[in-house]
Ligand binder design. Structure first.
Ligand code: G6P
Length: 624
Protein backbone atom coordinates (compact mmCIF):
# COMPACT_ATOMS: atom_id res chain seq x y z
CA UNK A 1 0.00 0.00 0.00
CA UNK A 2 1.42 3.40 0.89
CA UNK A 3 5.14 3.99 1.27
CA UNK A 4 6.67 5.86 4.20
CA UNK A 5 10.12 7.38 4.59
CA UNK A 6 11.76 9.44 7.29
CA UNK A 7 15.15 11.00 7.93
CA UNK A 8 16.81 12.74 10.82
CA UNK A 9 20.50 13.58 10.78
CA UNK A 10 23.01 16.15 9.59
CA UNK A 11 22.41 15.97 5.84
CA UNK A 12 19.78 17.63 3.64
CA UNK A 13 16.70 15.49 4.22
CA UNK A 14 14.82 16.24 0.98
CA UNK A 15 17.05 14.34 -1.51
CA UNK A 16 17.15 11.31 0.80
CA UNK A 17 13.39 11.33 1.27
CA UNK A 18 12.65 11.81 -2.44
CA UNK A 19 15.01 9.02 -3.44
CA UNK A 20 13.40 6.77 -0.86
CA UNK A 21 9.94 7.64 -2.15
CA UNK A 22 10.99 6.73 -5.68
CA UNK A 23 12.11 3.35 -4.35
CA UNK A 24 8.84 2.84 -2.52
CA UNK A 25 6.66 4.18 -5.32
CA UNK A 26 5.63 0.65 -6.28
CA UNK A 27 3.63 0.58 -3.02
CA UNK A 28 1.35 3.44 -4.06
CA UNK A 29 1.48 6.20 -6.58
CA UNK A 30 -1.62 8.37 -6.63
CA UNK A 31 -0.02 11.27 -4.72
CA UNK A 32 3.06 12.00 -2.66
CA UNK A 33 4.35 14.51 -0.13
CA UNK A 34 7.15 15.48 2.22
CA UNK A 35 7.37 17.58 5.40
CA UNK A 36 10.69 19.18 6.32
CA UNK A 37 12.20 21.21 9.10
CA UNK A 38 15.58 22.12 10.49
CA UNK A 39 17.41 23.82 13.34
CA UNK A 40 16.31 27.40 13.99
CA UNK A 41 13.10 27.19 11.98
CA UNK A 42 9.72 28.01 13.44
CA UNK A 43 7.57 25.93 11.12
CA UNK A 44 7.28 22.69 9.22
CA UNK A 45 7.26 23.05 5.42
CA UNK A 46 4.94 20.66 3.63
CA UNK A 47 5.05 19.91 -0.11
CA UNK A 48 2.50 17.72 -1.85
CA UNK A 49 1.71 16.72 -5.42
CA UNK A 50 -0.91 14.59 -7.09
CA UNK A 51 0.35 11.66 -9.16
CA UNK A 52 3.88 10.33 -9.27
CA UNK A 53 6.82 11.16 -7.00
CA UNK A 54 8.47 12.94 -9.96
CA UNK A 55 5.77 15.67 -9.72
CA UNK A 56 6.58 16.16 -6.05
CA UNK A 57 10.30 16.20 -6.77
CA UNK A 58 9.87 19.06 -9.23
CA UNK A 59 7.95 21.09 -6.68
CA UNK A 60 10.37 20.48 -3.83
CA UNK A 61 13.43 21.23 -5.95
CA UNK A 62 11.92 24.45 -7.25
CA UNK A 63 11.05 25.63 -3.74
CA UNK A 64 14.19 24.52 -1.91
CA UNK A 65 16.52 25.63 -4.66
CA UNK A 66 15.70 29.22 -3.72
CA UNK A 67 15.48 28.96 0.07
CA UNK A 68 19.07 28.06 0.97
CA UNK A 69 17.89 26.66 4.31
CA UNK A 70 19.34 23.46 5.74
CA UNK A 71 16.41 21.13 6.37
CA UNK A 72 17.78 18.05 8.10
CA UNK A 73 14.65 16.39 9.44
CA UNK A 74 11.77 15.15 7.36
CA UNK A 75 9.10 12.59 6.60
CA UNK A 76 7.61 11.54 3.26
CA UNK A 77 4.82 9.45 1.86
CA UNK A 78 3.62 7.97 -1.40
CA UNK A 79 -0.08 7.21 -1.27
CA UNK A 80 -2.51 4.54 -2.35
CA UNK A 81 -5.88 6.08 -1.50
CA UNK A 82 -8.16 4.40 1.04
CA UNK A 83 -10.14 7.29 2.59
CA UNK A 84 -10.60 10.25 0.27
CA UNK A 85 -9.79 10.53 -3.42
CA UNK A 86 -6.24 11.09 -4.66
CA UNK A 87 -5.68 14.86 -4.35
CA UNK A 88 -3.17 17.26 -2.84
CA UNK A 89 -5.33 17.96 0.15
CA UNK A 90 -5.73 14.27 0.94
CA UNK A 91 -2.05 13.51 0.31
CA UNK A 92 0.27 13.03 3.29
CA UNK A 93 2.01 14.42 5.35
CA UNK A 94 -0.86 15.93 7.30
CA UNK A 95 -0.25 18.83 9.64
CA UNK A 96 -2.06 19.23 12.94
CA UNK A 97 -4.22 22.33 13.26
CA UNK A 98 -1.68 23.91 15.60
CA UNK A 99 1.03 23.41 12.99
CA UNK A 100 3.11 21.73 15.71
CA UNK A 101 3.05 18.21 14.24
CA UNK A 102 3.24 16.53 10.85
CA UNK A 103 2.45 12.88 10.27
CA UNK A 104 2.60 10.21 7.57
CA UNK A 105 0.51 7.09 7.88
CA UNK A 106 0.07 3.75 6.17
CA UNK A 107 -3.03 1.76 7.16
CA UNK A 108 -6.62 2.47 8.12
CA UNK A 109 -8.03 4.04 11.28
CA UNK A 110 -11.37 2.29 11.52
CA UNK A 111 -12.94 4.46 14.25
CA UNK A 112 -11.86 7.74 12.67
CA UNK A 113 -15.42 9.09 12.33
CA UNK A 114 -16.06 8.81 16.04
CA UNK A 115 -12.66 10.31 16.87
CA UNK A 116 -13.29 13.13 14.41
CA UNK A 117 -16.56 14.02 16.11
CA UNK A 118 -14.87 14.02 19.51
CA UNK A 119 -12.03 16.21 18.26
CA UNK A 120 -14.49 18.60 16.59
CA UNK A 121 -16.04 18.97 20.04
CA UNK A 122 -12.61 20.19 21.23
CA UNK A 123 -12.47 22.77 18.44
CA UNK A 124 -10.37 20.84 15.91
CA UNK A 125 -11.08 21.56 12.26
CA UNK A 126 -10.26 19.26 9.35
CA UNK A 127 -9.12 20.08 5.84
CA UNK A 128 -9.09 16.63 4.27
CA UNK A 129 -11.36 13.60 4.10
CA UNK A 130 -8.68 11.30 5.47
CA UNK A 131 -8.53 9.14 8.56
CA UNK A 132 -4.87 10.22 8.80
CA UNK A 133 -5.67 13.84 9.51
CA UNK A 134 -7.85 12.66 12.39
CA UNK A 135 -4.88 10.78 13.80
CA UNK A 136 -2.50 13.76 13.70
CA UNK A 137 -5.11 15.95 15.40
CA UNK A 138 -5.65 13.30 18.05
CA UNK A 139 -1.91 13.13 18.75
CA UNK A 140 -1.84 16.93 18.81
CA UNK A 141 -4.69 16.96 21.33
CA UNK A 142 -2.67 14.84 23.79
CA UNK A 143 0.58 16.64 22.91
CA UNK A 144 -0.86 20.02 23.90
CA UNK A 145 -2.33 18.52 27.07
CA UNK A 146 0.74 16.63 28.29
CA UNK A 147 3.30 19.42 28.02
CA UNK A 148 4.45 18.58 24.47
CA UNK A 149 5.88 15.12 25.07
CA UNK A 150 5.55 13.60 21.59
CA UNK A 151 6.25 9.92 22.34
CA UNK A 152 3.75 10.00 25.19
CA UNK A 153 1.15 11.75 23.03
CA UNK A 154 1.58 9.12 20.33
CA UNK A 155 1.02 6.34 22.83
CA UNK A 156 -2.00 8.11 24.36
CA UNK A 157 -3.54 8.59 20.91
CA UNK A 158 -2.83 5.10 19.65
CA UNK A 159 -4.53 3.66 22.69
CA UNK A 160 -7.74 5.28 21.40
CA UNK A 161 -7.34 3.99 17.87
CA UNK A 162 -8.89 0.92 16.28
CA UNK A 163 -7.20 -0.12 13.06
CA UNK A 164 -3.87 -0.61 11.40
CA UNK A 165 -1.05 1.85 11.17
CA UNK A 166 2.56 2.56 10.49
CA UNK A 167 3.22 6.19 11.33
CA UNK A 168 6.05 8.67 11.61
CA UNK A 169 5.51 11.99 13.38
CA UNK A 170 7.75 15.06 13.50
CA UNK A 171 7.42 18.19 15.60
CA UNK A 172 8.14 21.81 14.83
CA UNK A 173 9.64 22.59 18.25
CA UNK A 174 12.17 19.80 18.20
CA UNK A 175 13.93 19.20 14.88
CA UNK A 176 16.23 16.23 15.22
CA UNK A 177 13.45 14.16 16.72
CA UNK A 178 10.99 11.68 15.15
CA UNK A 179 8.52 9.25 16.66
CA UNK A 180 7.42 6.15 14.77
CA UNK A 181 4.91 3.43 15.60
CA UNK A 182 3.33 0.40 13.99
CA UNK A 183 0.49 -2.05 14.19
CA UNK A 184 -0.13 -4.49 11.34
CA UNK A 185 1.79 -2.31 8.86
CA UNK A 186 5.52 -2.65 8.39
CA UNK A 187 8.11 -0.09 9.46
CA UNK A 188 11.90 -0.37 9.46
CA UNK A 189 14.38 2.00 11.11
CA UNK A 190 17.92 2.22 9.76
CA UNK A 191 20.65 3.33 12.16
CA UNK A 192 23.54 5.43 10.88
CA UNK A 193 27.12 5.49 12.23
CA UNK A 194 27.14 6.17 15.99
CA UNK A 195 23.50 7.25 15.92
CA UNK A 196 24.45 10.33 13.90
CA UNK A 197 21.52 9.82 11.57
CA UNK A 198 18.43 7.62 11.21
CA UNK A 199 16.43 6.48 8.20
CA UNK A 200 12.90 5.15 8.22
CA UNK A 201 11.12 3.14 5.53
CA UNK A 202 8.08 0.95 4.94
CA UNK A 203 10.64 -1.62 3.89
CA UNK A 204 14.40 -1.77 3.91
CA UNK A 205 14.86 -0.71 0.26
CA UNK A 206 15.25 3.06 0.91
CA UNK A 207 17.66 2.47 3.81
CA UNK A 208 20.18 -0.05 2.57
CA UNK A 209 22.14 2.48 0.58
CA UNK A 210 23.01 4.20 3.87
CA UNK A 211 23.13 1.50 6.53
CA UNK A 212 22.75 -2.21 7.06
CA UNK A 213 21.87 -1.88 10.75
CA UNK A 214 18.09 -1.96 11.06
CA UNK A 215 15.33 -2.34 13.60
CA UNK A 216 12.07 -3.97 12.48
CA UNK A 217 9.48 -2.36 14.69
CA UNK A 218 7.09 -4.91 16.24
CA UNK A 219 3.33 -4.52 16.44
CA UNK A 220 2.16 -1.95 18.99
CA UNK A 221 5.67 -0.59 19.52
CA UNK A 222 6.70 3.05 19.47
CA UNK A 223 10.20 4.21 18.58
CA UNK A 224 11.56 7.46 19.96
CA UNK A 225 14.29 8.52 17.54
CA UNK A 226 16.63 11.33 18.43
CA UNK A 227 19.81 12.29 16.64
CA UNK A 228 22.92 11.26 18.56
CA UNK A 229 21.07 8.95 20.95
CA UNK A 230 20.06 5.29 21.01
CA UNK A 231 16.60 4.61 19.65
CA UNK A 232 14.20 4.02 22.52
CA UNK A 233 11.54 1.41 21.97
CA UNK A 234 8.41 1.32 24.09
CA UNK A 235 5.15 -0.53 24.07
CA UNK A 236 1.77 1.13 23.75
CA UNK A 237 1.41 1.11 27.53
CA UNK A 238 4.67 3.12 27.71
CA UNK A 239 6.71 0.28 29.23
CA UNK A 240 10.10 0.00 27.59
CA UNK A 241 10.99 -2.77 25.13
CA UNK A 242 14.29 -4.18 23.86
CA UNK A 243 16.10 -2.55 20.98
CA UNK A 244 16.66 -5.41 18.59
CA UNK A 245 19.18 -4.39 15.90
CA UNK A 246 19.56 -6.68 12.89
CA UNK A 247 21.88 -6.78 9.90
CA UNK A 248 20.09 -6.51 6.61
CA UNK A 249 21.59 -8.06 3.51
CA UNK A 250 20.22 -6.48 0.36
CA UNK A 251 21.44 -6.24 -3.22
CA UNK A 252 21.07 -2.60 -4.23
CA UNK A 253 21.43 -3.34 -7.96
CA UNK A 254 18.05 -5.08 -7.74
CA UNK A 255 16.50 -1.64 -7.28
CA UNK A 256 17.44 -0.40 -10.73
CA UNK A 257 16.10 -1.50 -14.12
CA UNK A 258 19.52 -2.66 -15.30
CA UNK A 259 19.01 -1.54 -18.91
CA UNK A 260 15.48 -2.95 -19.29
CA UNK A 261 12.65 -0.55 -20.14
CA UNK A 262 10.57 -1.80 -17.20
CA UNK A 263 11.13 -3.62 -13.92
CA UNK A 264 8.59 -6.20 -15.02
CA UNK A 265 10.61 -7.21 -18.07
CA UNK A 266 13.81 -7.26 -16.04
CA UNK A 267 12.15 -9.47 -13.45
CA UNK A 268 10.77 -11.81 -16.14
CA UNK A 269 14.27 -12.25 -17.54
CA UNK A 270 15.83 -12.68 -14.12
CA UNK A 271 13.84 -15.84 -13.44
CA UNK A 272 16.41 -18.48 -14.43
CA UNK A 273 18.94 -16.80 -12.14
CA UNK A 274 16.36 -16.26 -9.37
CA UNK A 275 15.22 -19.84 -9.16
CA UNK A 276 18.83 -20.96 -9.10
CA UNK A 277 19.09 -18.77 -6.01
CA UNK A 278 15.97 -20.41 -4.59
CA UNK A 279 17.62 -23.81 -5.02
CA UNK A 280 21.14 -22.82 -3.95
CA UNK A 281 22.34 -24.84 -0.98
CA UNK A 282 19.02 -26.62 -0.85
CA UNK A 283 19.31 -29.12 -3.69
CA UNK A 284 22.66 -30.75 -3.32
CA UNK A 285 24.25 -33.18 -5.72
CA UNK A 286 26.68 -35.52 -4.01
CA UNK A 287 29.86 -36.89 -5.58
CA UNK A 288 28.07 -40.12 -6.44
CA UNK A 289 25.64 -38.05 -8.53
CA UNK A 290 22.70 -38.50 -6.18
CA UNK A 291 20.60 -35.54 -5.10
CA UNK A 292 19.55 -34.55 -1.62
CA UNK A 293 17.20 -31.75 -0.57
CA UNK A 294 18.27 -29.93 2.57
CA UNK A 295 15.79 -27.51 4.07
CA UNK A 296 16.52 -26.14 7.52
CA UNK A 297 12.77 -25.92 8.15
CA UNK A 298 12.50 -29.63 7.61
CA UNK A 299 15.40 -30.38 9.92
CA UNK A 300 14.00 -28.28 12.76
CA UNK A 301 10.34 -29.19 12.43
CA UNK A 302 10.62 -32.59 10.80
CA UNK A 303 8.40 -34.45 13.28
CA UNK A 304 5.53 -32.01 12.89
CA UNK A 305 5.85 -31.68 9.13
CA UNK A 306 5.90 -35.38 8.41
CA UNK A 307 3.11 -36.13 10.87
CA UNK A 308 0.73 -33.64 9.23
CA UNK A 309 -2.25 -35.19 7.51
CA UNK A 310 -3.73 -31.89 6.42
CA UNK A 311 -2.12 -28.79 4.99
CA UNK A 312 -3.89 -25.47 4.52
CA UNK A 313 -2.32 -22.95 2.16
CA UNK A 314 -3.34 -19.31 2.66
CA UNK A 315 -2.39 -16.57 0.23
CA UNK A 316 -3.70 -13.79 -2.02
CA UNK A 317 -3.32 -12.91 -5.71
CA UNK A 318 -0.46 -14.50 -7.58
CA UNK A 319 0.74 -16.20 -4.40
CA UNK A 320 -2.64 -17.94 -4.21
CA UNK A 321 -2.08 -19.28 -7.72
CA UNK A 322 1.29 -20.64 -6.62
CA UNK A 323 -0.62 -22.23 -3.73
CA UNK A 324 -2.90 -24.06 -6.18
CA UNK A 325 0.19 -25.59 -7.77
CA UNK A 326 1.49 -26.39 -4.28
CA UNK A 327 -1.69 -28.33 -3.57
CA UNK A 328 -1.16 -30.53 -6.62
CA UNK A 329 2.52 -31.04 -5.80
CA UNK A 330 1.96 -31.97 -2.15
CA UNK A 331 -1.03 -34.20 -2.85
CA UNK A 332 0.70 -35.99 -5.72
CA UNK A 333 4.10 -36.43 -4.12
CA UNK A 334 3.28 -36.68 -0.41
CA UNK A 335 -0.32 -37.98 -0.47
CA UNK A 336 -1.28 -35.38 2.15
CA UNK A 337 -4.57 -33.54 1.62
CA UNK A 338 -4.26 -29.82 0.97
CA UNK A 339 -6.79 -26.98 0.95
CA UNK A 340 -5.91 -23.68 -0.67
CA UNK A 341 -7.70 -20.70 0.78
CA UNK A 342 -7.95 -17.03 -0.06
CA UNK A 343 -6.53 -15.54 3.13
CA UNK A 344 -9.21 -12.83 3.07
CA UNK A 345 -11.99 -15.43 3.23
CA UNK A 346 -10.25 -17.84 5.58
CA UNK A 347 -9.73 -15.25 8.29
CA UNK A 348 -13.42 -14.41 8.53
CA UNK A 349 -14.81 -17.93 8.42
CA UNK A 350 -14.64 -20.43 11.21
CA UNK A 351 -12.11 -22.67 9.52
CA UNK A 352 -11.50 -26.10 10.98
CA UNK A 353 -7.87 -26.12 12.05
CA UNK A 354 -6.32 -28.97 13.95
CA UNK A 355 -3.19 -28.53 16.05
CA UNK A 356 -1.49 -31.14 13.87
CA UNK A 357 -2.25 -29.19 10.68
CA UNK A 358 0.38 -27.24 8.87
CA UNK A 359 -0.66 -23.83 7.57
CA UNK A 360 1.52 -22.58 4.73
CA UNK A 361 1.39 -18.83 4.14
CA UNK A 362 2.69 -17.77 0.74
CA UNK A 363 3.53 -14.11 0.25
CA UNK A 364 6.02 -12.20 -1.83
CA UNK A 365 5.97 -9.09 0.37
CA UNK A 366 5.38 -10.89 3.66
CA UNK A 367 3.13 -7.97 4.57
CA UNK A 368 -0.25 -8.75 3.00
CA UNK A 369 -2.71 -7.87 5.76
CA UNK A 370 -5.16 -10.71 5.05
CA UNK A 371 -2.45 -13.37 4.90
CA UNK A 372 -0.93 -12.09 8.12
CA UNK A 373 -4.32 -12.15 9.87
CA UNK A 374 -5.00 -15.67 8.55
CA UNK A 375 -1.82 -17.07 10.07
CA UNK A 376 -2.44 -15.28 13.34
CA UNK A 377 -5.81 -17.05 13.49
CA UNK A 378 -4.26 -20.42 12.65
CA UNK A 379 -1.52 -19.89 15.22
CA UNK A 380 -4.06 -19.30 17.97
CA UNK A 381 -5.47 -22.71 17.15
CA UNK A 382 -2.12 -24.41 17.50
CA UNK A 383 -1.23 -25.15 13.86
CA UNK A 384 2.37 -25.01 12.70
CA UNK A 385 2.82 -21.88 10.58
CA UNK A 386 5.12 -22.30 7.63
CA UNK A 387 6.00 -19.13 5.68
CA UNK A 388 7.04 -19.10 2.04
CA UNK A 389 8.10 -15.50 1.75
CA UNK A 390 10.39 -13.34 -0.36
CA UNK A 391 10.91 -10.29 1.80
CA UNK A 392 13.42 -11.14 4.51
CA UNK A 393 12.42 -10.00 8.00
CA UNK A 394 8.86 -9.14 6.91
CA UNK A 395 5.89 -9.53 9.23
CA UNK A 396 4.74 -12.91 7.84
CA UNK A 397 8.29 -14.25 7.99
CA UNK A 398 8.56 -13.20 11.60
CA UNK A 399 5.12 -14.45 12.55
CA UNK A 400 5.79 -17.90 11.05
CA UNK A 401 7.15 -20.76 13.19
CA UNK A 402 9.39 -21.81 10.35
CA UNK A 403 9.57 -21.52 6.60
CA UNK A 404 11.62 -21.08 3.47
CA UNK A 405 12.62 -17.79 1.91
CA UNK A 406 12.29 -17.86 -1.86
CA UNK A 407 15.37 -15.62 -2.30
CA UNK A 408 14.46 -14.08 -5.66
CA UNK A 409 15.51 -10.55 -4.64
CA UNK A 410 13.30 -7.46 -4.43
CA UNK A 411 10.36 -7.55 -6.83
CA UNK A 412 9.45 -4.02 -7.87
CA UNK A 413 7.03 -4.48 -10.82
CA UNK A 414 3.52 -4.52 -9.40
CA UNK A 415 2.60 -7.56 -11.47
CA UNK A 416 4.34 -10.44 -9.74
CA UNK A 417 6.54 -12.64 -11.96
CA UNK A 418 9.75 -13.93 -10.42
CA UNK A 419 8.11 -14.32 -7.03
CA UNK A 420 5.64 -16.78 -8.60
CA UNK A 421 8.33 -19.03 -10.07
CA UNK A 422 10.35 -18.72 -6.84
CA UNK A 423 7.31 -19.79 -4.81
CA UNK A 424 6.61 -22.74 -7.12
CA UNK A 425 10.27 -23.79 -6.93
CA UNK A 426 10.20 -23.72 -3.14
CA UNK A 427 6.89 -25.61 -3.03
CA UNK A 428 8.41 -28.23 -5.33
CA UNK A 429 11.48 -28.64 -3.11
CA UNK A 430 9.31 -28.81 0.00
CA UNK A 431 7.04 -31.46 -1.51
CA UNK A 432 10.02 -33.50 -2.69
CA UNK A 433 11.72 -33.24 0.69
CA UNK A 434 8.61 -34.31 2.62
CA UNK A 435 7.86 -37.10 0.11
CA UNK A 436 11.40 -38.33 0.53
CA UNK A 437 11.20 -38.19 4.31
CA UNK A 438 7.91 -40.08 4.55
CA UNK A 439 8.68 -42.46 1.70
CA UNK A 440 5.64 -41.56 -0.40
CA UNK A 441 7.79 -41.25 -3.52
CA UNK A 442 10.17 -43.84 -4.88
CA UNK A 443 13.90 -42.98 -4.75
CA UNK A 444 14.24 -43.23 -8.51
CA UNK A 445 11.43 -40.77 -9.15
CA UNK A 446 12.78 -38.46 -6.46
CA UNK A 447 16.21 -38.44 -8.12
CA UNK A 448 14.72 -37.93 -11.59
CA UNK A 449 12.58 -34.99 -10.43
CA UNK A 450 15.47 -33.31 -8.60
CA UNK A 451 17.66 -33.67 -11.65
CA UNK A 452 14.98 -32.17 -13.85
CA UNK A 453 14.28 -29.32 -11.42
CA UNK A 454 17.95 -28.36 -11.54
CA UNK A 455 17.69 -28.19 -15.35
CA UNK A 456 14.70 -25.84 -15.31
CA UNK A 457 16.70 -22.54 -15.32
CA UNK A 458 18.38 -23.62 -18.56
CA UNK A 459 15.02 -24.53 -20.07
CA UNK A 460 13.57 -21.21 -18.92
CA UNK A 461 16.26 -19.46 -20.98
CA UNK A 462 14.93 -21.21 -24.07
CA UNK A 463 11.40 -19.96 -23.41
CA UNK A 464 12.66 -16.43 -22.78
CA UNK A 465 14.48 -16.66 -26.12
CA UNK A 466 11.04 -16.40 -27.78
CA UNK A 467 10.45 -12.93 -26.39
CA UNK A 468 10.60 -11.25 -29.79
CA UNK A 469 8.17 -13.73 -31.32
CA UNK A 470 5.75 -13.14 -28.46
CA UNK A 471 6.21 -9.39 -28.85
CA UNK A 472 5.23 -9.65 -32.54
CA UNK A 473 2.28 -11.88 -31.67
CA UNK A 474 1.04 -9.44 -29.07
CA UNK A 475 0.48 -6.79 -31.77
CA UNK A 476 -2.62 -8.48 -32.98
CA UNK A 477 -4.28 -8.77 -29.60
CA UNK A 478 -4.33 -5.17 -28.42
CA UNK A 479 -7.84 -4.79 -29.88
CA UNK A 480 -9.26 -7.48 -27.57
CA UNK A 481 -11.76 -6.63 -24.85
CA UNK A 482 -11.81 -10.19 -23.45
CA UNK A 483 -9.43 -13.11 -23.27
CA UNK A 484 -9.95 -16.68 -22.17
CA UNK A 485 -7.12 -18.78 -20.71
CA UNK A 486 -7.53 -22.55 -20.59
CA UNK A 487 -5.36 -25.18 -18.93
CA UNK A 488 -5.69 -28.50 -17.17
CA UNK A 489 -3.97 -30.11 -14.20
CA UNK A 490 -0.80 -28.20 -13.31
CA UNK A 491 -1.54 -25.77 -16.12
CA UNK A 492 -4.91 -24.72 -14.72
CA UNK A 493 -3.37 -22.39 -12.08
CA UNK A 494 -1.06 -21.15 -14.85
CA UNK A 495 -4.16 -20.23 -16.88
CA UNK A 496 -5.48 -18.29 -13.87
CA UNK A 497 -2.13 -16.55 -13.49
CA UNK A 498 -1.99 -15.71 -17.21
CA UNK A 499 -5.45 -14.14 -17.01
CA UNK A 500 -4.52 -12.19 -13.88
CA UNK A 501 -1.32 -10.83 -15.48
CA UNK A 502 -3.26 -9.58 -18.50
CA UNK A 503 -6.01 -7.97 -16.38
CA UNK A 504 -3.53 -6.29 -14.06
CA UNK A 505 -1.41 -4.51 -16.60
CA UNK A 506 -3.33 -4.34 -19.89
CA UNK A 507 -6.82 -3.74 -18.41
CA UNK A 508 -8.26 -6.39 -20.72
CA UNK A 509 -10.85 -8.56 -19.07
CA UNK A 510 -9.55 -12.12 -18.92
CA UNK A 511 -10.69 -15.33 -17.31
CA UNK A 512 -8.78 -18.48 -16.54
CA UNK A 513 -10.69 -21.74 -16.67
CA UNK A 514 -10.00 -25.45 -16.37
CA UNK A 515 -10.28 -26.35 -20.06
CA UNK A 516 -13.02 -28.97 -19.65
CA UNK A 517 -15.21 -26.57 -17.68
CA UNK A 518 -15.38 -24.28 -20.70
CA UNK A 519 -18.37 -26.24 -21.95
CA UNK A 520 -20.29 -25.22 -18.85
CA UNK A 521 -20.49 -21.53 -19.62
CA UNK A 522 -17.52 -19.68 -21.13
CA UNK A 523 -17.97 -21.37 -24.51
CA UNK A 524 -20.98 -19.11 -25.01
CA UNK A 525 -18.54 -16.17 -25.21
CA UNK A 526 -16.44 -17.65 -27.99
CA UNK A 527 -16.63 -15.94 -31.39
CA UNK A 528 -14.13 -14.77 -34.01
CA UNK A 529 -13.18 -11.79 -31.80
CA UNK A 530 -12.18 -13.86 -28.79
CA UNK A 531 -8.51 -14.79 -28.27
CA UNK A 532 -8.14 -18.02 -26.32
CA UNK A 533 -4.82 -18.98 -24.78
CA UNK A 534 -4.65 -22.77 -24.47
CA UNK A 535 -1.85 -24.26 -22.41
CA UNK A 536 -1.53 -27.65 -24.07
CA UNK A 537 1.79 -29.15 -23.04
CA UNK A 538 2.21 -32.92 -23.12
CA UNK A 539 0.71 -34.72 -20.16
CA UNK A 540 -1.88 -37.37 -19.53
CA UNK A 541 -4.73 -34.96 -20.39
CA UNK A 542 -3.10 -33.73 -23.59
CA UNK A 543 -5.64 -35.32 -25.93
CA UNK A 544 -8.51 -34.04 -23.86
CA UNK A 545 -7.28 -30.45 -24.14
CA UNK A 546 -6.91 -30.94 -27.90
CA UNK A 547 -10.63 -31.80 -27.98
CA UNK A 548 -11.34 -28.62 -25.99
CA UNK A 549 -9.35 -26.67 -28.58
CA UNK A 550 -11.32 -28.23 -31.41
CA UNK A 551 -14.52 -27.10 -29.69
CA UNK A 552 -13.16 -23.55 -29.60
CA UNK A 553 -11.95 -23.68 -33.18
CA UNK A 554 -15.30 -24.82 -34.53
CA UNK A 555 -16.75 -21.65 -32.97
CA UNK A 556 -14.09 -19.54 -34.72
CA UNK A 557 -12.18 -18.57 -31.57
CA UNK A 558 -8.57 -17.39 -32.15
CA UNK A 559 -6.29 -19.91 -30.46
CA UNK A 560 -2.84 -19.09 -29.14
CA UNK A 561 -1.37 -22.32 -27.80
CA UNK A 562 1.52 -23.10 -25.48
CA UNK A 563 2.87 -26.50 -26.48
CA UNK A 564 5.76 -28.84 -25.85
CA UNK A 565 8.69 -28.41 -28.25
CA UNK A 566 8.16 -30.37 -31.46
CA UNK A 567 4.37 -30.66 -31.11
CA UNK A 568 2.78 -30.86 -34.56
CA UNK A 569 -0.80 -31.74 -33.65
CA UNK A 570 -1.65 -28.43 -32.00
CA UNK A 571 0.06 -26.45 -34.77
CA UNK A 572 -2.63 -27.69 -37.10
CA UNK A 573 -5.37 -26.23 -34.91
CA UNK A 574 -3.93 -23.06 -33.36
CA UNK A 575 -3.36 -19.69 -35.03
CA UNK A 576 -0.18 -19.11 -33.03
CA UNK A 577 2.04 -21.45 -31.10
CA UNK A 578 4.71 -20.89 -28.45
CA UNK A 579 6.92 -23.84 -27.58
CA UNK A 580 8.32 -24.76 -24.19
CA UNK A 581 10.91 -27.51 -23.69
CA UNK A 582 9.67 -30.90 -22.52
CA UNK A 583 9.85 -31.50 -18.80
CA UNK A 584 8.15 -33.50 -16.08
CA UNK A 585 4.48 -32.70 -15.74
CA UNK A 586 4.81 -31.34 -12.19
CA UNK A 587 7.50 -28.87 -13.31
CA UNK A 588 5.69 -27.55 -16.39
CA UNK A 589 4.26 -24.43 -14.66
CA UNK A 590 7.80 -23.11 -14.21
CA UNK A 591 8.06 -22.97 -18.00
CA UNK A 592 4.49 -22.47 -19.20
CA UNK A 593 3.97 -19.38 -17.06
CA UNK A 594 6.77 -17.47 -18.84
CA UNK A 595 4.86 -16.95 -22.12
CA UNK A 596 1.87 -15.78 -20.02
CA UNK A 597 4.02 -13.10 -18.41
CA UNK A 598 5.64 -12.02 -21.68
CA UNK A 599 2.32 -11.87 -23.55
CA UNK A 600 0.68 -9.71 -20.88
CA UNK A 601 3.75 -7.48 -20.77
CA UNK A 602 3.89 -6.87 -24.52
CA UNK A 603 0.14 -6.34 -24.93
CA UNK A 604 0.25 -3.72 -22.17
CA UNK A 605 3.33 -1.99 -23.63
CA UNK A 606 1.69 -1.95 -27.10
CA UNK A 607 -1.34 -0.32 -25.51
CA UNK A 608 0.96 2.37 -24.10
CA UNK A 609 0.26 1.48 -20.47
CA UNK A 610 2.53 1.81 -17.44
CA UNK A 611 3.25 -1.85 -16.77
CA UNK A 612 5.26 -1.30 -13.61
CA UNK A 613 2.55 0.79 -11.97
CA UNK A 614 -0.85 -0.26 -13.23
CA UNK A 615 -3.80 1.87 -12.16
CA UNK A 616 -5.49 1.17 -8.82
CA UNK A 617 -3.09 -1.63 -7.84
CA UNK A 618 -0.45 -1.74 -5.15
CA UNK A 619 2.48 -4.07 -4.74
CA UNK A 620 1.95 -4.74 -1.11
CA UNK A 621 -1.61 -4.73 0.22
CA UNK A 622 -1.25 -3.87 3.89
CA UNK A 623 -4.91 -2.99 4.41
CA UNK A 624 -7.77 -5.46 4.21
C1 G6P B 1 -1.09 -7.57 -4.56
C2 G6P B 1 -0.06 -7.61 -5.66
C3 G6P B 1 -0.02 -9.01 -6.28
C4 G6P B 1 0.24 -10.05 -5.20
C5 G6P B 1 -0.77 -9.95 -4.06
C6 G6P B 1 -0.36 -10.80 -2.87
O1 G6P B 1 -2.36 -7.71 -5.10
O2 G6P B 1 -0.36 -6.65 -6.66
O3 G6P B 1 1.01 -9.06 -7.24
O4 G6P B 1 0.19 -11.32 -5.76
O5 G6P B 1 -0.86 -8.60 -3.59
O6 G6P B 1 0.83 -10.26 -2.35
P1 G6P B 1 1.91 -11.05 -1.53
O7 G6P B 1 2.97 -10.04 -1.25
O8 G6P B 1 1.23 -11.53 -0.27
O9 G6P B 1 2.39 -12.19 -2.35
Amino acid sequence: MCGIVGYVGHKEAAPILLKGLHQLEYRGYDSAGVALTGEGLSSISVFKAKGKVANLEEKVNAALGKSGQMLTTGIGHTRWATHGEPSEVNAHPHLSMSGDLALVHNGIIENYQLLKEQLSGHGYEFKSETDTEVLVQLIDYFYQKNGKNLAKAVSQALNKVIGAYAIVVMERNDPGHLVAARKASPLVIGIGEENSEFFIGSDASPLVEYTHKVVYLEDEQIADIRMGEDVEIMNLDETSADLNIKDVDFDISALSKGGYPHFMLKEIFEQPHCIKNSMRGRIIQHENGLYEIKLSALTNFKAKLIRARHVIIVACGTSWHAGLIGKQLIEEMCRISVDVEYASEFRYRKPVIDKDDVVIAISQSGETADTLAAIQLAKEQGALIFGIVNSVGSSIARESDTGIYIHVGPEIGVASTKAFTGQVTVLTMLSLAIANAIGSMGEEEFQRTCEELVRIPQKMEKVLGQNETIERMSNKFTYAKNFLYLGRGYNYPVALEGALKLKEISYIHAEGYPAAEMKHGPIALVDEEMPIVCIATHHHLYHKIISNMQEVKSRKGRILAIVTEGDEEVKAIAEDVIEVPATQNCLVPLLSVLPMQMLAYHVAVKKGLNVDMPRNLAKSVTVE
